[in-house]
Ligand binder design. Structure first.
Ligand code: ATP
Length: 478
């Protein structure tokens, strides 16, 4: 690459030195400044081919400088680096027109990579309308895993790309989907969330795509679906793994052709929305089993975003606890804090219900206990109560009913702040029916007649269930 002049602004001398050396080694000229004013002077004088700036500097915030740089010299690319690793910083950097955002501490390899891209890619990028929103973002966490998510989110805000959020229950998938909408370019449109697991399967297609009058028994009037309701905005398809195959086919068409038809309708309707999907299941496994269309999987997975379980980012626990305590105080509780030993105890717990479970615990403690400072004894008592509720007996020698009860207790205790989504009865029965039928078919090598006999079901009933549960039958297994 030809030698370029790179302007570096950071009030930390060590960082200036490291960057000078690293970029000098690539053959570039490097000018370093310890404040924003010097950097701005150089930019005004027309110096430099690339800017690398810190956010918090003694005289001015680097992010405030961004729009001015963009206005004066739209071709000059800016890489923002910051130790203030919140989503807001990443979003502001991107909205301000930064070429790349690097959370400190960063890898020098990543920096070199960003510099090379910034100096070699065609220019310029159109400026973006600013959100102008100063309110604190609801997403908490500064762990490396969350910073990577913020970086990606900030990039995704300015596009309409389909996003697939994966992660265990309670990791914040809906929260992230909302942030994508609230800070994205469709924020003025509606945000419509639909949970596939909460709608009876035979109603999903008409719920999503709408239906014509008389399209099926009970369709007395024409009805618009969620796709139309979400026009101009974002449609959040939660638990996408529960979408029946027919609805998957229609969704695929939306993603391929940008249009859909209502159930019973013929006229194609243009789909003007962004789709964000989420699942806690392993969709690839579902593809392998024939329960999820492979072509749809690839269309949805344009930008995969995996939300890590809380146990993989325990460094976020102190911030999350503070956040939920503040919420409790705002709602009228007295201010409280957890002491260091209490936090450390929380960090040693597994959190199967992830952030939702932590939120429930903190809010419960905030209400139940009068102490201003919550110590490790209270936390230990609360965690023991969760463990007792979740495991009434040792799993060894556990009956099916006991195992089911244990799972359901876990499920309910992860929802103490609100009830699980509607349709729980059918959902739970399906969870049991699916493995039962699947394993029966495996045991009879795909022979449905024998499986029906073994189960004591009528053959037609078995066939209907196989269809309803989207179970793939591997025939001819030897
Ligand atoms: N990073 C975070 N910062 C603050 N709150 C969070 C964070 N992640 C999750 N939460 C909170 O935890 C709860 C669960 O989050 P959310 O409903 O988004 O999870 P989910 O992954 O969609 O769960 P499910 O798969 O069960 O639907 C919500 O109250 C949400 O506000």
């Amino acid at each position: 690459m030809a030698a370029n002049t790179i302007l570096v602004a950071d009030d930390d001398r060590a960082i200036r030195t490291v960057l000078s050396e690293a970029l000098g080694r690539l053959g570039h000229q490097v000018r370093t400044a310890g404040d924003a004013a010097t950097l701005w002077r150089w930019v005004k004088d027309g110096a430099g081919d690339l800017v690398i700036t810190d956010v918090v500097m003694p005289d001015e915030n680097g992010l405030d400088l961004l729009p001015r740089i963009r206005k004066l010299r739209p071709d000059l690319r800016v890489i923002v680096m910051s130790a203030r690793n919140t989503l807001l910083t990443a979003v502001k950097a991107t909205e301000g027109g930064a070429f790349e955002y690097l959370a400190k501490p960063f890898d020098l390899g990543d920096l070199r990579n960003a510099v090379e891209r910034a100096l070699s890619r065609p220019k310029p990028v159109p400026a973006n309308e600013s959100a102008g929103d100063e309110e604190a973002l609801p997403i908490v966490g500064r762990s490396p895993a969350m910073q990577e998510i913020y970086r990606l989110l900030a990039r995704l805000m300015t596009s309409d790309l389909t996003v697939l959020l994966t992660g265990e229950s309670g990791t914040g998938k809906e929260l992230i989907a909302r942030a994508l909408h609230d800070y994205g370019r469709r924020r003025k449109g509606p945000f419509i969330a639909v949970n596939m697991a909460a709608i009876p399967r035979d109603l999903i297609e008409s719920d999503l795509f709408g239906h014509e009058r008389g399209a099926f028994t009970g369709a007395i009037n024409k009805a618009t679906g969620r796709f139309e309701q979400a026009a101009g905005g974002t449609l959040f398809l939660d638990e996408i793994g529960d979408m029946p195959l027919e609805a998957q086919t229609r969704l695929l068409r939306v993603l391929q052709e940008g249009e859909f038809t209502t159930v019973g309708g013929r006229e194609p309707i243009r789909a003007d929305l962004r789709i964000v999907a989420a699942t806690h299941r392993d969709l690839r496994e579902q593809v392998r089993r024939g329960q999820f269309r492979e072509d749809l999987y690839y269309r949805l997975n344009v930008v995969p975003l995996r939300l890590p379980p809380l146990r993989e980012r325990i460094e976020d626990i102190p911030d999350l606890v503070r956040h939920f305590l503040n919420r409790a105080t705002e709602e009228g509780g007295s201010p409280k804090m957890f002491d260091a030993a209490a936090i450390e105890r929380l960090q040693r717990y597994e959190w199967p219900g992830n952030v939702r479970e932590l939120e429930n615990l903190v809010r419960r403690v905030a209400v139940i206990y009068g102490e201003d400072v919550i110590g490790v004894d209270i936390v230990a008592r609360e965690l023991a109560a969760i463990a007792n509720a979740a495991t009434p007996s040792k799993p060894a020698g556990e009956s099916l009913a006991m195992a089911a009860e244990r799972h359901l207790r876990d499920y309910f205790s992860a929802h103490t702040h609100g009830l699980p989504a509607r349709g729980l009865y059918d959902r739970v029965l399906r969870e049991i029916e699916r493995p039962l039928i699947q394993l029966s078919l495996e045991a009879t090598r795909g022979n449905q007649i024998r499986a029906a006999e073994m189960l004591g079901l009528n053959r037609n009933t078995l066939r209907k269930k196989i269809r309803e549960l989207d179970i793939s039958v591997l025939r001819g297994l030897k």
